[in-house]
Design a protein around this ligand. Structure first.
Ligand SMILES: [Fe+2]
Length: 284
């Protein structure tokens, strides 16, 4: 089964137009560390830099110059934001703010309590990343942190969806299990929220309001471009996805010389067009 091949999340792909500026932002404001820097040909040159904060790996990549104008015009996409766990939330948020990160327009007053998420609620604050992506710091009161302090890595990645009845079974097929749910009331109506988890990696599926469905459909590829799931066997996953009716956008497997021995991957689309790579790290 496809779900048996998925080992959680491998990385989150973020297109940037100024690699050094973007990398410095993640290093200096949030404490990410450089893992690997590479230029690959895909089929044109693509500079790529992996940064890590505990289990959260982001892949910043700078596409070829002629693709940059389109990239800079991108708004927020279906993959809406990503969140970093912050047990001592106020201290972390203040530190990031003092280092000069700007609050994102979605949380203009800073910290927000989402009291209908899970049984105990979640606190969050959104910052604007260096290429316009939304980076949340998050404290989940449903999660026991013990005595941890400082930023902990992956909290969740939020994907906006039009219909949870479609998206939940889709992610379940990929090996995610529902762990928590809730809702958020907005002036336009209620947004239902479901959290799904695979190997400790959580996705937040947010069903937009009726009024916002068209806006979501009109969103193109966003500032957060793709999410890469780690799979044991990309070839087996490729044929399973094809035979099970997933929307596979590649005609064959791709290979790139990333990580130690290279990766083998292909891309599928989620119900709302979100790009999901199934990515196998080659071991030899
Ligand atoms: Fe979130």
């Amino acid at each position: 089964m496809l779900r048996d091949l998925v080992n959680g999340v491998q990385h989150l792909g973020i297109p940037v137009w100024d690699m050094e500026q973007a990398a410095a932002w993640y290093e200096q404001k949030l404490g990410f560390e450089r893992m690997q820097e590479k230029s690959v040909f895909y089929p044109v040159r693509l500079d790529i830099l992996f940064l890590r904060l505990h289990d959260l790996i982001i892949a910043l990549y700078k596409p070829a110059a002629h693709l940059l104008p389109a990239l800079q015009k991108r708004g927020n996409g279906v993959i809406d934001h990503f969140a970093i766990d912050a047990p001592d939330f106020r201290a972390c948020a203040e530190r990031v703010y003092k280092r000069g990160a700007m609050l994102h327009a979605s949380t203009p007053k800073g910290c927000v309590l989402y009291d209908h998420i899970g049984e105990k609620g979640v606190r969050g604050v959104n910052f604007e990343g260096p290429s316009g992506e939304v980076v949340e710091l998050c404290h989940d009161y449903n999660h026991p942190y013990g005595s941890e302090t400082g930023l902990q890595g992956w909290s969740h990645l939020a994907v906006k969806v039009t219909d949870l009845k479609v998206s939940l079974p889709f992610y379940e097929k990929l090996g995610f299990d529902k762990t928590m749910s809730g809702y958020l009331d907005t002036p336009k109506g209620r947004m239902q929220i479901v959290f799904v988890t695979n190997h400790g990696f959580t996705l937040e599926l947010i069903q937009v309001t009726e009024a916002d469905r068209q806006e979501l459909k009109d969103r193109g590829e966003g500032r957060l471009d793709h999410i890469a799931l780690d799979v044991k066997d990309a070839r087996a996953a490729f044929f399973l996805c094809k035979s099970q009716g997933f929307l596979v956008t590649d005609t064959s497997l791709n290979e790139l010389p990333l990580f130690e021995h290279g990766v083998r991957y292909f891309t599928i689309l989620g119900p709302d067009g979100e790009k999901i790579q199934l990515n196998e790290k080659k071991t030899w």
